[in-house]
Design a protein around this ligand. Sequence first.
Ligand SMILES: [Zn+2]
Length: 185
Amino acid sequence: MGLYTFAKQDDIDPQELKKLQEKFEKARQANANISDAVAATANAYGNVGDANGVTVQFSQNIQTGEGAAVSGSAVYNRDTGMFEYQCVVTINTKLTGVELEAAVGHEGSHVADGQAFVATIYENYDYDLSVLPTHYETEMKAYLITDEILRTANTNNLSFSTNKDPVLLGQNESRKKVEKKIKKY
Ligand SMILES: [Zn+2]
């Protein structure tokens, strides 16, 4: 599973950056203990250390509902002869506690989906489209992770909506109902 790295950032005070990095790693480790599904999102990052294609950075300008985002692509690695999923996960500097854990898990779910697809790309550019999730699929999967993390912490501070009714995530809605609503989206 490899190891993620933190981006070198001159825009954040070094001490502040160190705190953000420690908070991120703590949240990732907390997620690893929630369930197999959530642990898989923590493992997608790997451990902190040498590069595995996953870079984590912090920004105060992330405006998504989760307070985080990921962007990635398939890059050919000459040394291994394989394609690697290289991505940058951006976490809002203001996130803390369960909100941070939920964001780390949500984006980790997207990272896992990206890695799973890129792992099927061969040197001759054959790939298995059946494992390429649509934007919709990867998003709904990630929201189920968000829900599970909020539920574990007995909170309900997040909902999401696309063009339909908002779906409330966390303890004030039953997991069954969340799953049903997400399937209907
Ligand atoms: Zn998402």
